[in-house]
Design a protein around this ligand. Structure first.
Ligand code: PMP
Length: 430
């Protein structure tokens, strides 16, 4: 596959944009380096790069594009929004409608507030939890990503008794020390950490179904334990549903799991492809936020008419009957086909799949936590990634990122993808 124009563009980008990319995960660093594919156009399930190559896309822009690229219903909403003025700095009817739609779908939210990104949404839930409880420490699970604000760029200390260390230059040690990190799906470690720190913790950040070390479901009873112990210690539960909301059904993972967090952070899908974030929760907690309460959060672009209207359009599409059943059916076809090829070519993999979201780990063990995901073979993944790219299948360039099936994918796309997987596994074993 000729990618010379991509390579030339990337060379140029390197002198003007740090790393040649506007988000580090877009670089191919995690898959052995080289020029990332520079895309020119996207439509439905397909990408077209600057060299004229076509790809079936499973990146879905790291999750938001669940209805496929340039869906006419969303494009129309954006055009209408643009014609009526892109930014007001005043309340709009649309944001009230959208807030009601989100509340209806996610009943644990009595009130919401819109932001511009998932990072902002999560960052603010932390402030709100601290304001509400008067405590400063936070807890999170190892390997989960909650955006790039200081407090959540923290690596785990070794064992529940230790405080975090900065995971990024520029994050003060004193901030990292406010964070306790525990392994996902480990109720004993969670209990130990809560026994030690529970009375000092304001909130615990939870990806209720993990999307950031591949897709990982909570083991039965794990989140129930988290809720029970958090309640006992007066710790607020914050579900980070930036990836999971509207991913598996018309609602959040919390509604799917039958659990009620105190706060929820949203993003990605709810913007239909435009920048967005939102957070919401119990009335008495949300009333901490200005102008009602003392916790400050604001945004010139927050609740902008374009993101709100593309978000509404996206949810309208997702509320149609059969949408999630179809994503599940296509996801299942992928899972079964990939497993069959792996068996045929003696490639050891584990697949975690929830409906249309799946991840392949090159490992022989079940993946229930970050350590297991980390131990999966990154070199095998890098080989696989490149063999798929060369056959016109665009995956995220990281062993930790999921594949996302969209409503634009067809059975034929799945067939083509599975043929590519089969050839990739065949070559990996040569
Ligand atoms: N939380 C989770 C669970 C995420 O996956 C992400 C982004 N991948 C974020 C927060 C941050 O969202 P954004 O990139 O919109 O700031």
């Amino acid at each position: 596959m000729n990618r010379t124009t991509s390579e030339r563009h990337h060379e140029e980008a390197l002198t003007h944009i740090v790393g040649g990319v506007n988000s580090p995960s877009r670089s191919y660093k995690a898959v052995g380096g080289g020029s990332p594919t520079v895309m020119a156009r996207a439509k439905g399930a397909y990408f077209y790069d600057v060299d004229g190559n076509k790809y079936i896309d499973y990146l879905a822009a790291y999750g938001p594009i669940i209805t496929g690229h340039a869906h006419p219903h969303i494009t129309k909403a954006l055009t209408t929004a643009a014609e009526n003025g892109l930014l007001y700095g005043t309340p709009t009817e649309h944001e009230i409608k959208f807030a009601k739609m989100l509340k209806e779908a996610i009943p644990s939210m009595d009130k919401v507030r819109f932001t511009n990104s998932g990072t902002e949404a999560v960052m603010t839930t932390i402030r709100v939890a601290r304001a509400y409880t008067g405590r400063t420490k936070m807890m999170k699970f190892a390997g989960c990503y909650h955006g790039h604000s200081d407090l959540v760029l923290v690596a785990a200390g070794s064992g529940p008794a230790t405080l975090g260390t900065p995971d990024s230059a520029g994050v003060p040690k004193t901030i990292a020390e406010e964070v306790i990190t525990v392994p996902f799906n480990d109720p004993a470690a969670f209990k130990e950490a809560m026994d030690l720190w529970g009375s000092e913790i304001a909130g615990i950040l939870v990806e209720p179904i993990v999307g950031n070390f591949g897709m990982v479901e909570p083991n039965p009873g794990f989140l129930e334990t988290v809720h029970t112990l958090a309640k006992e210690h007066g710790v607020l539960i914050i579900y980070d549903e930036v990836i999971t909301a509207f991913r598996f059904h018309y609602g959040a993972a919390s509604t799917l799991l039958g659990l009620k967090p105190d706060l929820t952070a949203l993003g990605k899908i709810i913007g239909g492809g435009l920048p967005i974030g939102a957070y919401g929760g119990k009335k008495e907690v949300m009333d901490q936020v200005a102008p009602n309460g003392p916790a400050y959060q604001a945004g010139t672009m927050a609740g902008n008419p374009a993101s709100i209207q593309t978000g509404i359009a996206c949810l309208e599409l997702l509320s149609q009957p059969g949408v999630y059943e179809e994503l599940d059916r296509l996801g299942k076809r992928l899972e079964e086909g990939i497993l069959e090829s792996a068996k045929k070519h003696h490639v050891t993999i584990t697949i975690n799949r929830i409906k249309g979201a799946l991840s392949i780990y090159f490992t022989g063990v079940n993946v229930e936590n970050y350590d297991q995901a980390e131990a999966s073979d990154g070199e095998m993944f890098a080989k696989f990634f490149r063999l798929m790219l060369d056959q016109g299948i665009n995956l995220a360039p990281s062993k930790y990122e999921a594949w996302f099936v969209t409503t634009a994918h067809t059975d034929e796309d799945i067939d083509v993808t599975l043929q590519a997987v089969d050839r990739a596994f065949e070559q990996m074993n040569e």
